[in-house]
Design a protein around this ligand. Structure first.
Ligand code: COA
Length: 206
């Protein structure tokens, strides 16, 4: 497994996902310097006791982590910032030593990553999601809480799997596709499409 460092961490964001990020970092024993934001209205608050500060004040030497559930937002921020990016792993996650985690990846509490899974840069594997052997999770993708992803599934860049979605072995989830909460994916999902239901079917664009 790619190990994370013990450098202090600056969390970029102060919303709901930032709360989970701060909790995960604390559980992992990392020092959290602050939740850094651009909007003046958010300044001065706290996230689980961590101060909300202006993003221009991120201290040198900190590792950065993007705390936004939205993949397009993480993509935009990653393009603007040079890092260095933290890799954030909750200590309760079960991760095979062969797993590769790219910079900026976040692995939440109770996740299971089986052998030779690869998690791309700035991807999120959320609470208690399971990804079986040889899975590939593209950068900026988000596997939401409780998903069950079988072996050899390829999840494209920026794809979003909603809470509790299931994917059978070997399927491909296209780039920036959305899989609805509770869907069961039996067939490949096209780039940019939205699928819902059991079995998951493409939802016509409005
Ligand atoms: C698939 C999803 C993204 C669609 O969102 P949306 O475009 O706002 O969809 P709407 O709520 O407008 O619903 C549109 C239609 O799709 C249906 N639908 C939406 N999500 C569905 C789902 N997961 N399964 C089955 N049907 C669904 C709605 O019932 C509605 O049908 P209707 O027009 O017959 O009433 C969303 O419903 C979803 O499942 N999100 C997952 C969120 C999540 O898990 N977040 C985790 C954060 S950590």
């Amino acid at each position: 497994m790619t190990t994370s460092s013990s450098a202090p961490v600056a969390v970029l964001g102060a919303g709901g996902h930032a709360k989970v990020m701060v909790a995960t970092l604390k559980a992992a024993g990392r020092l959290v310097l602050g939740c850094f934001v651009r909007e003046a209205a958010e300044l001065g608050g706290k996230v689980l006791g961590v101060p909300v500060l202006h993003e221009d004040t991120v201290p040198a030497g900190a590792e950065l982590i993007l705390a936004a559930g939205d993949g397009r937002l993480r993509q935009r921020l990653a393009a603007k910032l040079a890092g260095p990016w933290a890799i954030v792993v909750h200590p309760s996650a079960i991760i095979d030593p062969s797993v590769v985690l790219e910079p900026g990846a976040m692995i939440c509490a109770g996740v299971v990553l089986q052998p030779e899974v690869r998690v791309g840069a700035h991807a999120i594997v959320n609470t208690a999601a399971h990804v079986d052997h040889d899975g590939a999770i593209g950068r900026f993708a988000h596997v939401a809480p409780g998903c069950h992803v079988a072996g050899s599934v390829a999840i494209g860049e920026g794809a979003f799997l909603g809470t509790g979605a299931t994917v059978i072995p070997g399927r491909r989830i296209g780039a920036w596709a959305t899989v609805g909460a509770g869907a069961v994916v039996l067939y490949d999902v096209r780039d940019g499409s939205t699928v819902v239901g059991v079995p998951a079917r493409e939802r016509p664009r409005p």
